[in-house]
Write a protein that binds this ligand. Structure first.
Ligand SMILES: CC(=O)N[C@H](C=O)[C@@H](O)[C@H](O)[C@H](O)COP(=O)(O)O
Length: 240
């Protein structure tokens, strides 16, 4: 029998409401209002970073939350809920799903992903664990060690995949992910148009997470400015 949260999310939209310290909208209050705006327009779930933001969002909306805690360690490139300590902190908020980096990269403090998953499953058996992956090898490993959900979150966001985009070659990577696992797949990462969101669901993803294209105004503004800047001198109107 499928889990209640997964049933709720099926074929629907999750909006990621995140602003890091260096971003203009960094504020738990603003993130909670972003979440409210998203839910008012039909999002059925929210993805959020940090205990503070999660609490503010929980007080504002009552949809399932994918919680993460971004933290940078000096000895590893892994920063999305990287160690057992952050996973525990996010589980303790009571979010329905906790996501963590599930790439095969070296983790901080020499921790092993399998140990983190085993420990958390014993402590929080009702919390769903989502693997933020970047490759087919990550996906297979994540399923093997006990994750319940696969996310494509890190495809295009690691050194190895920085030049890739999930929409490349008619979503070839996503199609391979769907073939490689029987777990529900959440499409996430660089999905920047409504059409692409629909397409990933039609391909068989369980649901879709959209971040920057909805909640990062600096990123949205840039898409307009870049297009405007393509206007050649010859195309500019003479009209005063
Ligand atoms: C790589 C990384 O740090 N990803 C983060 C994960 O939570 C967020 O910053 C993204 O906004 C989120 O994954 C949604 O993706 P996009 O913003 O591309 O729609």
């Amino acid at each position: 029998m499928e889990n209640k949260t997964l049933k709720h999310l099926k074929d629907n939209l999750i909006v990621s409401c995140q602003a890091l310290e260096e971003e203009p909208l960094h504020s738990s209050f603003i993130m909670s209002r972003m979440a409210l705006a998203a839910v008012q327009s039909g999002a059925v779930g929210i993805r959020a970073n940090s205990v503070k933001d999660i609490k503010a969002i929980q007080e504002t909306v009552s949809v399932p939350i994918i919680g993460i805690l971004k933290k940078v360690y000096p000895d590893s490139p892994v920063f999305i809920t990287p160690t057992l300590a952050e996973v525990r902190e996010i589980c303790a908020t009571g979010v329905e799903i906790v996501a963590m980096d599930a790439t095969l990269r070296k983790r901080p403090n020499e921790e092993k992903l399998k140990d983190i998953v085993t420990t958390i499953k014993a402590e929080y058996p009702n919390t769903l664990l989502m693997a933020d992956t970047s490759s087919i090898a990550d996906v297979k490993k994540a399923e093997e060690i006990g994750f319940e959900i696969i996310g494509t979150t890190l495809y295009g966001y690691t050194d190895e995949t920085q030049h890739e985009n999930i929409a490349d070659d008619d979503f070839i990577f996503l199609k391979e992910v769907l073939k490689a696992t029987n777990l529900p797949v959440i499409a996430e990462g660089k999905i920047d148009t409504p059409l692409k969101a629909r397409k990933v669901l039609e391909l068989g993803c369980h649901c879709v997470v959209i971040g920057g294209a909805i909640t990062r105004p600096q990123q949205i503004t840039l898409t307009f400015v870049s297009e405007i800047n393509k206007m050649g001198k010859g195309n500019k109107s003479d009209r005063k």
